[in-house]
Ligand binder design. Structure first.
Ligand code: XMP
Length: 310
C-alpha cells in the first residue's frame, strides 16, 4: 500500500540532498504532476526554487491565469514566460504528430533552459511520472518531458534534471497532492497532455486553429462537468466538410468530441453520454464557433483507438 506521507518525507530528503544550497527551477503547467513537483521542491528548497509558467499559446481557456493564481495561493512566487509566438513559430508547417511533439519538446526545453540560464540555475525539477517513462521508452510516443531515458543528455540543454515523481503512477500522485493539501482543482484535475492543444489540432498548429479547438474544448468541458469521466475534450480535424450557415453553403471545420472513462489511460471506454447532452454540445459548437459546420462523437474504445487522436 502506497503511503503518501512516507513518500513525501523521502522525496523532501532526496530533493534537499540534490539541491543543497543551489537554486532549482521548476516549470509548472497546472497539471497535478508538475504542481505536486513544484510544491514538493518549494517545501524542500524554499526560496531557492524559481517556479515558472511557460505560456506556449496552447493552453485551455483561462488556464494561464489559473496556474498563476494557484501558485500564488500556495505561497509560491512564479515567473510568467510569454513564449506563445516562439512555440507557434516552431510548430509552423509541421503536420506529422511525432514531428509536432518533438518540435514542442525542443522549444519547451530551450525556453526553460534560457530561463534557467538567466537565473544562473543548473538544475531543473520536473514532474515526470512512471507512465511517461514507460510510454516513451517503449516507443509508443515521445512524452515531452522524458529525455535521459531515451538517450538524450539533458546537459545539451545546459542543465541537470530532478524528477521526484519518477517511480509513481497517477493515482499515487493524486494521493500526494491531497496529502500536501493542494486544492481539489489540482489534485483531481483531468489529465491534459503536455503538448496541450497542439495534439488536438490535427495537421498544422496555428493560432487561429488553436482558438477554434480552445473554444470547442471549453464548451465540451462546461457541458460534461458532472459526468465524472476520465477525459472530455474536442479535436479539430485537418479536413473540411460542407455545411450551411446564414443560408449559404460553406466549406467549414469539423470537430470531434471525445468523452472516455478510464482508470489509468492504458485502456479506455467511450462513455454512453445521454443524447441530449451530445446534441447540446453539437448545437453550441456549431453556433458559437463560426467556422465549424459539423460535430461528431467518437464511439471507439482504447484499444483499438488511443485516447488522443495524435
Ligand atoms: P493515448 O492517446 O496514448 O493517451 O491513449 C494516454 C494518456 O496520455 C495523454 N497523452 C499525453 N500526455 N504528452 C503528455 O504529457 C503527450 O504527448 C501525450 N499524449 C497523450 C492523454 O491525454 C491520455 O491521458
Amino acid at each position: 500500500m502506497f503511503d503518501a506521507k512516507e513518500f513525501i518525507e523521502e522525496a523532501l530528503a532526496e530533493i534537499r540532498k540534490t539541491v543543497g544550497a543551489n537554486k532549482v527551477i521548476s516549470a509548472c503547467s497546472g497539471g497535478v504532476d508538475s504542481t505536486v513537483t513544484t510544491a514538493l521542491v518549494h517545501r524542500a528548497a524554499g526560496d531557492n526554487l524559481i517556479a515558472v509558467f511557460i505560456d506556449d499559446g496552447l493552453r485551455r481557456e483561462g488556464e494561464p491565469e489559473f496556474v498563476m493564481r494557484t501558485l500564488k495561493n500556495l505561497g509560491i512566487k512564479a515567473r510568467y514566460i510569454d513564449a506563445k509566438a516562439e512555440f507557434f513559430a516552431a510548430l509552423k508547417g509541421k503536420t506529422d504528430a511525432e514531428e509536432k511533439r518533438k518540435a514542442f519538446r525542443d522549444k519547451f526545453y530551450k525556453t526553460l533552459g534560457k530561463a534557467a540560464k538567466e537565473e544562473k540555475i543548473g538544475l531543473i525539477a520536473q514532474g515526470t511520472i512512471k507512465a511517461d517513462i514507460i510510454e516513451t521508452t517503449k516507443g509508443i510516443k515521445s512524452q515531452h518531458n522524458v529525455l535521459s531515458q531515451i538517450g538524450i543528455n539533458p546537459e545539451i540543454y545546459g542543465y541537470k534534471i530532478l524528477e521526484p515523481l519518477r517511480e509513481l503512477f497517477k493515482p499515487d500522485v493524486r494521493k500526494v497532492a491531497r496529502e500536501l493539501g493542494l486544492p481539489r482543482e489540482v489534485s483531481e484535475r483531468m489529465p491534459f497532455p503536455g503538448p496541450a492543444l497542439s495534439l488536438r489540432v490535427l495537421g498544422e498548429v496555428t493560432p487561429e486553429r488553436v482558438a477554434v479547438v480552445r473554444k470547442a474544448t471549453e464548451i465540451v468541458e462546461e457541458e460534461t462537468r458532472d459526468l465524472g469521466t476520465f477525459q472530455n475534450f474536442a479535436v479539430l480535424h485537418n479536413d473540411k466538410a460542407t455545411g450551411i450557415k446564414n443560408g449559404e453553403r460553406i466549406y467549414g471545420n469539423i470537430i470531434t468530441v471525445r468523452i472516455v472513462d478510464s482508470e489509468d489511460a492504458v485502456k479506455a471506454k467511450a462513455r454512453q453520454v445521454p443524447y441530449q447532452i451530445l446534441m447540446r454540445i453539437a448545437e453550441r459548437i456549431t453556433q458559437e464557433i463560426p467556422s465549424v459546420v459539423r460535430c461528431l462523437y467518437d464511439l471507439t474504445n482504447k484499444p483499438p483507438s488511443t485516447i488522443e487522436f495524435e
